[in-house]
Design a protein around this ligand. Structure first.
Ligand SMILES: *[C@@H]1O[C@H](CO)[C@@H](O)[C@H](O)[C@H]1NC(C)=O
Ligand SMILES: *[C@@H]1O[C@H](CO)[C@@H](O)[C@H](O)[C@H]1NC(C)=O
Length: 150
């Protein structure tokens, strides 16, 4: 019986939830939440999406908007690690201007466009960003490349 209790204590100790433990580097509680969805447009994103707290190192809101022949194809948003989000975002504007993956200009139809952004200034930062221009997000590459991590 005593051995059994000890085992339970050890197991509980090992698997104790850590979500509410203060960040040891800052000593502060920080909670970022992001709107999550994987949808074909913002109407659907708002309908099927949900707000979720970001856990662990997934502490920024990522945004990804795909277009094909000028038409929206996919909108994806949710918590992601800062490193992974910023790495993906670098693909926005790699290489020559005409080869950039992110072509948010409404007249661009020549090739598919994938635009990414990362934000953490409010729980609704990702939604607010893509809701610009009736759910297309900004039309300027510069706004997709701007640093929105505050
Ligand atoms: C958004 O997508 C849904 C599902 O495909 C479609 O029914 C709706 O008409 C679309 N809304 C807009 C504004 O394009
Ligand atoms: C947002 O990200 C920045 C840059 O990494 C960081 O300094 C800041 O603490 C973050 N803000 C919140 C509310 O998490």
């Amino acid at each position: 019986m005593k051995i059994f209790s000890l085992v339970v204590v050890i197991i509980q100790g090992q698997y104790a939830p850590t979500a509410s433990v203060p960040d040891t580097t800052t000593g502060e509680f920080r909670e970022v939440s992001c709107w999550h969805c994987d949808a074909v447009n913002m109407t659907q994103c708002d309908m099927i999406g949900e707000m979720k707290p970001c856990l662990g190192e997934n502490d920024v809101c990522m945004i990804e908007v795909r277009k094909r022949e000028g038409e929206l194809e996919q909108i994806c948003m949710g918590c992601k690690s800062r490193r992974a989000c910023l790495d993906n975002k670098k693909q926005n504007a790699r290489g020559r201007w005409r080869n950039h993956q992110c072509r948010p200009e409404p007249w661009w139809k020549k090739a598919p466009s994938v635009c990414r952004q990362c934000c953490n200034d409010s729980d609704n930062c990702a939604r607010d960003f893509v809701l610009l221009n009736d759910g297309f997000g900004p039309f300027d590459q510069s706004e997709w490349n701007e640093d929105l991590l505050l």
